[in-house]
Design a protein around this ligand. Sequence first.
Ligand SMILES: C[S@@+](CC[C@H](N)C(=O)[O-])C[C@H]1O[C@@H](n2cnc3c(N)ncnc32)[C@H](O)[C@@H]1O
Length: 231
Amino acid sequence: MGEVTREEKLRLEFNRWAEAGKGQGMEQDHLPITLPMLERMQLRPDEVVLDVGCGIGWLVRLIARLVPEGRAAGVDVSDEMIRQAREFSKGNEHVRFEVGTADHLPFPDETFTRIVSIESAYYWPDPANGLREIARVTAPGGSAWILINYYRDNPECHQWTPLLPPTYLLSAEEWAELFRQAGFTDVHHDRIPDPTPTPDEYSGRWFRDAEQLRRFRAEGALLVYGTKPAA
Ligand SMILES: C[S@@+](CC[C@H](N)C(=O)[O-])C[C@H]1O[C@@H](n2cnc3c(N)ncnc32)[C@H](O)[C@@H]1O
């Protein structure tokens, strides 16, 4: 029997997440940090947008409403996430979902004016290659936006490492450098604090206690973005 590839492991892991209904939970958890990113992006009505690692597609459906004259698509390594994304989007002609990986995006060169990715990039087997793929499918003058809660400069997420599939715990500057190496210019990084009120008690497995969760949210998610030079 051949060795199970890292992508196959990701597919199986995130199929389990999807089957356990975690897709909807992620929508709730990630919306408060995603809305400020969308505000900064200032999408025009005719933009063509891709979400890499789209999960059950909540952001693709949200973006589709912001680009009524354009299109929105999502891609994910988990076929179960994509099955649910299509199910939740029945009758919505404005969205499209494909099974695929950041390493091989199933789209022609220069298809999208904007690419987004929420809480996914640190799982990619080869983030440098994923960003090169993103640059390939970005139209000249378009931009890519990655938002992640797991990065080295936030010490309040380091305890996640043994709880996750293999991941990259890179710093903001390391992510920015990968953007530059992929050909993006005007690369910036910034923090988006999570405004969600923290409960008095915390009994989940991601944080030691409510105080650590409060500090994590105050540190904020890391946003990295850059532009593909116009032709
Ligand atoms: C933490 S979930 C976030 C999902 C979604 N962006 C959201 O905010 O609800 C990470 C997602 O990235 C996807 N993913 C992980 N590695 C991937 C890869 N190499 N290529 C494409 N998708 C990937 C997973 O299947 C999963 O749906």
